[in-house]
Design a protein around this ligand. Sequence first.
Ligand SMILES: Nc1ncnc2c1ncn2[C@@H]1O[C@H](COP(=O)(O)OP(=O)(O)OP(=O)(O)O)[C@@H](O)[C@H]1O
Length: 819
Amino acid sequence: MGDSGDAVMARWLQSAGLQHLAASSTSSSSASTAGGGVDPRGGGGVGVGALGGGAGGGSLLPSLLMQGYGPQSIEEKQRLYMLLRSLNFNGETAPPSISEPYTPTAQSFGGGNSLEGFYSPELRGELGAGLLDLHAMDDTELLSEDVASEPFEPSPFIPKEMDEDDDDMLPGSQPGPSDNYNAVANEKESTARENNVAKIKVVVRKRPLNRKEVSRKEEDIITVHDSSSLTVYEPKLKVDLTAYVEKHEFCFDAVLDEQVSNDEVYRETVEPIIPIIFQRTKATCFAYGQTGSGKTYTMQPLPLRAAQDMVRLLHQPVYRNQNFKLWLSYFEIYGGKLFDLLSDRRQLLMREDGKKQVCIVGLQEFEVSDVQIVKEYIERGNAARSTGSTGANEESSRSHAILQLAIKKHIIVTDTRRQRDRDANESKNTKAVGKISFIDLAGSERGADTTDNDRQTRIEGAEINKSLLALKECIRALDNDQIHIPFRGSKLTEVLRDSFVGNSRTVMISCISPNAGSCEHTLNTLRYADRVKSLSKGSNTRKEQPTGPTIPSSKDSSSAPSYPMPIETEEIANQIQEKRPVETSRKAAENFTSNSSMEPDRNPVSMIPSYSNRGKEENGSSGLNDRERVDLNSSRISYNSKPQSVQSSANLQEEEKVTKVSPPRRKAYRDDKPERQSNYAKKDSGPETSRPGYKVQQAKQLQQQQRPTSASASQNSSRQSEKESSCDDVEIDAILEEEEALIAAHRKEIENTMEIVREEMNLLAEVDQPGSLIDNYVTQLSFLLSRKAAGLVSLQARLARFQHRLKEQEILSRKKSSR
Ligand SMILES: Nc1ncnc2c1ncn2[C@@H]1O[C@H](COP(=O)(O)OP(=O)(O)OP(=O)(O)O)[C@@H](O)[C@H]1O
């Protein structure tokens, strides 16, 4: 990486007001390069190149990060750090080789000084085996000890803790003008942030090979390409025992490789959510993956880290003045039962209140004002867990642990009697603002543990499977805006119910082991993640792009056929885009993968024309939000080896198939209604009678004919008729809206059914495998069938309502005509 890279680097520095560093560092860099000093990880120019879009300052940056040459003051350090972060946020991958050596300490930012304990290595040691440790395995000792002991840096995005001087502002005191200014700025900032945080985010984390795996000479079969895609190289044997490798490619919101620190995991997953917890958001962060894949290792530091940021935010005048407080609770779900880990494993009961809010009766919640206390509670909870599992690690491995951090607004009670009551029952005088739940799920493969013949153990396994399935089902249902959300599918989802409804955010961290021996589990984990991800896209786009369907930009349409589409096909494509505006890049990438893989497509439903899949595959990137565009672009980059023409023709084929399966009905928007209505008015005979909307239109026409038009009609009757006519219009509009909703629901139902069928086929394929568990099959099939039934029932109910509505309308218009 040469001078051009340094020139780019110098420009960046200039943009951040750090141009003076460029000069000093260039001289140092030449010195260090001469001495063989390049990128600390040996990535050297390559790493920096990635950061700078291929022209980074290969020699300049490392020297910038060197003591004595780089930024001297805290402010400079912050600016440089922000510069690096902003490059990273812009979708360009900052490789660990760059971000890690610079990881500033708590001291370097002058923040977090009250959190000495938080950074201490003992803390990690103390928590290492305990927190959310569901089923630790001793054969997963890893080579890189340093990763585990890496300290967190304070988040530059969460305001620093208040200075001592600030603290003399009494709670509840009136904010000054600058506070107001800050409050408004904070409000704006957090609204912007809220919009930027995806509703469902799926992050994959790969752990390094552990000692045992290395000693067994197991291969690392996972390659992380960039920050959002990875390939699994599955070793396979043909029938004639020839070895071959099958490639599986996946794209997610973020893919973190074995070099990524826990701090970066926090920044990628939880950190962006923290400020919006203060804005009435309920968030859930869970780790999923097989035993030993790093769930606990990943989840363990997150609550503490989040608490640190939350405490910092609580000290902001805007929240302090509102009397916001942080509360903590910690419990586990084992065998469908709830146990309070902060209250001697007392069994808890779950109830629903009048407002359908889930209450965990008896769950102890503790107000926490600093991280040290949070740490102590977590340790206490862990101790309760390990006590509960003495002699049998199995127990903890079959439980889900849930740690909740809630922000509550304390209501100040002036009345003395009520004050006394308040002291007696503190939580009654609080109002929930937002919360984040950290869940360390039981190992995903436990449910399918074929070596366990013990019936109880198998039932527990089935219970775990059920909850994992239920979790996915809920995310899916929420994403589809389904009326029926199957929260009751498991205790886990019931408990999390309030975290999923309303303004919610979900982060799923899929942990994967890199060794060949775990390949099957890894693929299962990635497929689960993939399904969750495929659910998230539509929802995010729908909710975050309220402006409706977007016209594909020239950039976006790059993957679409370059020749004009037949109008009908175009309409259908639009229609599908509205349904599922994204999911494309990944699906397209997978298609490409399966094409390029050495084994024929094993997807049992690949022959079934899937309406939803078509949509996913063909709809380009129209309607994507920025983040999704970045995803798409990055996946395009990673798959650009596929010739464009092949993609285009593939797209065309897809569209041709779509023409056959989907009715050429254009989805109407609100703005379209007048046009649609007038079109209906024009076509009032023949085959059109069978078209949806015809009946309604007919009724409207009838009413129009019946409206008094004669000039001789009295003024009164004309006013009356005007009134009637506007009522009719409202009525008709309402019916048209219902009609649209019905059709949309029907379309959604078809998509769901196809998805269920796909899962049923997978289930059948799984049950045919030797050693498969019939219990799992039964549980999963029963779940799928209930979902199918629930979908049909809900569609039927909607249809019946609409029929009823039409009947009413018909009777009404008949009555009017007979008047
Ligand atoms: N990214 C990582 N970097 C370094 N070490 C890791 C990483 N991920 C996991 N480990 C180590 O791997 C071992 C197993 O991890 P961990 O206990 O977190 O797995 P788990 O998925 O929680 O397993 P279980 O389901 O059995 O509880 C631990 O020793 C942990 O320190």
